[in-house]
Every structure is written in structure tokens, then in C-alpha cells.
Unconditional design. Sequence first.
Length: 620
Amino acid sequence: MATLITDRILLLKALRAAGPTLIVAISAVLLIASLVPTATAVAVAYLVSSVEHASASALILLPLLAFAVMTGIGHLMDAAKEPLFYLARVRIDGAHRWSLTRLTGSGPGIGALESPQVQGLVREARADPDNWTQRTPADGALAQLDAITAVVGMAAACLVLARYAWWLIPIIVVPAFLYRSLERRRNLEWYLQWQRGMHEGLRSEKWEPAIVSSGEGKETRIFGLAAWVVQRMQHHTRAMFEPVWALGGRQLRQQWIQLPVIVLPLTLVYAVVSDGAADGRVTAAVATAVLTAAWAVFQVFIYNDVRDPVGAIACLRATVELRNALADGGPAAPTAPAPAAAQPPGTAPVTAAAGAPEIRFDEVSFTYPRTERLILDRLSLDVRPGELVGIVGLNGVGKSTIIKLLAGLYQPTGGRVCVDGADLRELDVTAWRRRLAIVYQDFIRYHLSIADNITLGHPGEIDRAALEAAARDAGLEPVLAELPLGWDTPLSRDRTDGVELSGGQWQQVVLARALYAVRMGARVLVLDEPTAHLDVLTEFDVFQRLVAHKGDATVVLISHRLSTVRQADRIALIEHGKVTESGSHDELMALGGAYEQLFAIQAQRFSQGYDDRIEEGELL
């Protein structure tokens, strides 16, 4: 019972987003509409009484007018209800989706978002129904308001029943409540069955892009996988729907059992009242009013769809669970700046205006959530202001993890990441990220214009000079020269006049995005495999431009191509989650360790036609 009351309160709280004026207007419309059936019953009784006793047709004009007015009011309320409900849905669901977007998008970390449980909660809480059992918060909140006002209508109908005999009220109301309870249990069982099969439906949806998208469609056609993919989709779809179909058959039979709950009390009341009317104990007008009011009581419960509150409550519960889950995995809002007392002596909170910082990984260990593998094992690494540091190592040694920790996307499971001597966990992560410009290996390709793709993260008027300089430094000018609309060209074939860039061209766009951020104030440039899609000549040219135009910014460069990082001020080799070698290229080559071996292996790949004299403009 307590849970039921809590759920109803949760639904009513959602109404606040609609605004008081709109809620008052909707409540008035629903209240009037709930009284119309009873008022119509009284008007019909008045009309019947007038017909019984009138000696002239003129005397029944007034009751006819009353009946017409009640009918007109009923239609008017129905007409007013839809636009008011639409406006309320837009406000309530819009506020809910905005809140959900802020909840999932403003947290400093991404660890919680990688959880399958959290992704399931996001899907359930997003208020975007993709099957007929799901409902939005507005659906449930408005249904709850409708149910409350319907109680007023039911009370008015009960007064009409009491006009004949008080004992008619429990005979009608108790079965009506019982019917409502059975319907709620049936719909809840249906909803839970859908939920149990939802993971199968998700699996089916995951295969859909392989059929309908151009990217995946290339492989399905080349390898002849279309029929196999369709078969997989059908398998998961049937696994989801077959239990639902079986439950639907059982519930259809159960509805026939529920029918007597309505029929028997109505039949009893109709029989008693009709008998009284036949014997003359009551007038035909009273009998008509009683019979109409009895059916009006049942209408309150029969035509109030319980799926609306059930589905909406599930959505709101998922939102609450999601908020708790994200709170466990990290704050759901940007971390507030730490108070001055919490800062180590001699340090200041990170701000966007600060210069290039000193970064230190102090005995940092890290294990990804829900795994046991130790990625970083007491790693220590210093990055001095304005320094260009290269990080190299084999796949899976934790190079990209270092970048995620530096950006505050994850927190170390041991040790700490320090910025100018202060623990990053104690700083304003939002202000810190304004000092970062990061190119991830798995960067996002936004379906926007090329100018918007580069200037993302810097709202307001575009600095044209900085934009053009960033494009020039990234080697993007030849690409721009071929675009039909220049800077305004959308980077997607799905857009009007849009184009699709190659992987290497996209990488140059993302490099320009980072370089634009540096020109707009970022002081730490992080490049995770920034030239993996570029040919060797273009890569060398881009890197030379980067070194020449980085200014006083710190650069952290991760690359598998050792020829790219050899000009770094310092190179750190990562093995087994630790820095095992550190120094300049010449120092590491003289050391004759793992770095020297890796460099020799890569040098053999470029031995035909190239030599080792990068300082003379040639490549390995």
C-alpha cells in the first residue's frame, strides 16, 4: 500500500512541470467532464418525468434543453481536453527528457554509463515509447489527475443511487473497485512480461543497422550475410514475443471471468429498480436516473486505462534508480570547485585562464569497473609545462587509459593524478577540461558543417582567423578547396549538399578541432593516435606543423608510429601498466632496451626508399 501511495505521489509531482495555470485549466475540464454523466442522468430523468406528466409538447422544451446543454458540455469538454493534454505532455515530457539529458550528460565520469544496467535504465527512463506498453511521465501524471477528478464524478453518481436506496452504492462501487484491481493486476503482469523479454528485443534491434545502413550494409552484401542477419533478428524477436503471446491468450480467457464482476451487480440493480418501476413504487424518471448513474460508476473504472500510470511509474522509477546508479559511479553534475582550505599549500583552483600546468601521475593504479584486470600498476609519470611528451607501447598496455584519467573520465583506483600539485579529484573538473584539447582514437563524426565540427565546444561567434589557422596547421586546406559549400558543407551524405570524408580527412578535421581549442585557450593538447588514418607523408607534415604552432601548450602524444614521436622532448614507454623507459629518442636508442627494439622493427618496414634522417625532411 505504501508503495502504491509513493508511486501516485511520484506521478503527481511530475505535473509541476506543466505549470499551475495549465493544471488548473485541465483539472477544471476533467472535473466538469466527470460530472457530465451524472448531470446527464438527472437531465434524462427530468425529461422522462416531463414526458410522463406533460399534456403539451411545449412543456418538455425545458428538459430537452437541459439534456442538450449537458450533451453539449460533454462534447465541449472532450474538445478542450485534447489540446490541453497535448500542451501538458509537451511540457512534462520535455522537462523530463531535459532532466534525463543533464543527468546522463553532465557527470564528470563515464564509468557508470558503460554499465549494461545503467544503459537499460536509460532506455526505460528516456520517455520515448517504442512499444504500446510503455508510457511517458505525462501519460501517467495526466491519467492520475483524471482518476482523481473521476472520483468526484463517481461520488455524484452515488448520490443519485442513494436517491433510490443507499444499499445500491456498495452493490455497485465494490464490484467496480474489484474490477479495477483485477485490471491493474492483469496489466502489471503484461508489463512485467514485456520487460523480461526486452533484452531479446534489444538484441534484435542491434542487428538492424546491418540491414538498413550503408556502412554495415557493405559487409552484409559482400559476405552474403543478409539472410543470416534476418534469421538472427527473427530468432530474438520470437524469443521476446512468444511468451507475450502466450500470456495474452491466458489473459483473454481471464477477461471472460472478469465479465460477471460487471454484469451481475448491474443486472441486480437493473432488476430491482425495474421491478420497482413496474409496481409503481418508483417513477420511470427515478428508475432512469438510477440505471444511468449505476453505469456511470462503472465507466469511471472501465475506461480509465491503468496502463498509463503503470507504464509511467516504471519510467519514473527507472529515473530514480538511474540517478542513484550515476551517483554511485560519480556525481551526476559537474564537480564543484574545492574550497580554498582543501587545496594544497601554494596551489590554486584550476581555471580556464591558467597557463600550461604541471601534470603528475603519482603511483597511479587503475582497474576498469566490473573487471579484475589491472590496467595501470603504480604508474608514475611527470609532464612539465610546455613539454611535448610521447607515450608509446604495445596494444592494451593502458596508453588510452592514461588519457581518460587525465580528463577525469575515470578516477584512479590507487594513487592520484595531480595538476600543479593538487589532486585532480579535488579540482573543478569542468574548468580543468576547458584547458584540455583531446583527440581520441575513436573520435565522433558529427553530421554538422565542417566549421561546426572544428569549433565544437566553443559556443558563440566563430573566430574565423583561429579557424583558418587551425585548418592550415592540420593540413586541411586541400580538403576545404574541394568542398562544394566551403566551410558550410555538411559532413554527411544524408544532408543536403553534404559530403562524406575519408578516414584520413576526418582525422585532419579532428586535429583541426583540437588545434582550434588550443588557439581558443586550451593549454594541454592530448593526441591519442591522431594520425592513424593518415599516410606517412601527410602524418609527418601535420606533426611538423603541430610542433611549430603549439605555442606554450603542453602536448601529450600517443602513437604506434615511433617515427612520429621521435621529436618529442621526452618519450615514455609503457609496459605491464608501468613506465619502464623514459627519455629522449636518442637516450632511449642508446639505452638499447625495448624502445630500441620496437624502433628497429618499424624501421625495417620503411627501409625501401627511406632513411633515418628526419631532420633532412625524409622519413623512416
